[in-house]
Write a protein that binds this ligand. Structure first.
Ligand SMILES: Nc1nc2c(ncn2[C@@H]2O[C@H](COP(=O)(O)OP(=O)(O)OP(=O)(O)O)[C@@H](O)[C@H]2O)c(=O)[nH]1
Ligand SMILES: [Mg+2]
Length: 151
């Protein structure tokens, strides 16, 4: 499995997605510190929301193969600056959680696409909908960086 680092604002659904990906019982658990287990790294939302903690996310990204940036379908605004994936030297995927939400996923899709994410998943971690697509993606071999040609 590729190792996945999950980031997103408080309540975006990182821990619930972690539980769903590991086929664990879904239950609320506030993340107080960065949880590093097997192929998943769960982070507290405060690390994304607070500039003084954000550098820890950058450090942990070096431990991961893929960075998953989460956005709940009902989030009122995006925390991610446009083209921010360009700063990351790892594959970055977008994950829309709470996809059952009345708000729909279209707006979250647009915001995640704006960050530069080419691959975007939609999940509902509570019902399990869409979660297998992420597991399948993580099970596939790592994409190799494109070879550069010499002139
Ligand atoms: N229906 C539904 N509820 C969700 C989903 N993801 C998260 N939730 C709910 O949203 C709340 C917050 O989810 P968490 O997984 O704790 O969020 P988090 O991103 O880990 O939050 P922090 O640890 O505070 O950063 C919980 O009550 C979850 O049950 C989802 O995909 N569908
Ligand atoms: Mg959490």
């Amino acid at each position: 499995m590729k190792k996945l680092l999950l980031i997103g604002r408080v309540g975006a659904g990182k821990t619930t997605l972690t539980q769903a990906l590991k086929h664990e019982k879904i239950g609320y658990h506030k993340t107080q510190y960065i949880g590093y287990e097997d192929w998943l790294i769960d982070t507290p939302g405060e690390y994304l929301e607070n500039a003084s903690l954000a550098s820890a996310i950058a450090l942990y990204s070096y431990e991961a193969d893929v960075i998953g940036i989460l956005m709940a379908a009902d989030e009122p605004y995006s925390l991610y600056p446009p083209n921010c994936t360009g700063h990351v030297n790892r594959e970055v995927i977008g994950i829309i959680t709470k996809s059952h939400s009345d708000c729909g996923t279209e707006r979250a899709h647009r915001w995640l696409a704006l960050t530069g994410c080419k691959t975007i998943f939609e999940v509902d971690s509570v019902t399990g909908e869409g979660v297998e697509n992420i597991i399948k993606y993580l099970s596939e071999p790592q994409r190799k960086p494109q070879e550069t040609t010499k002139n």
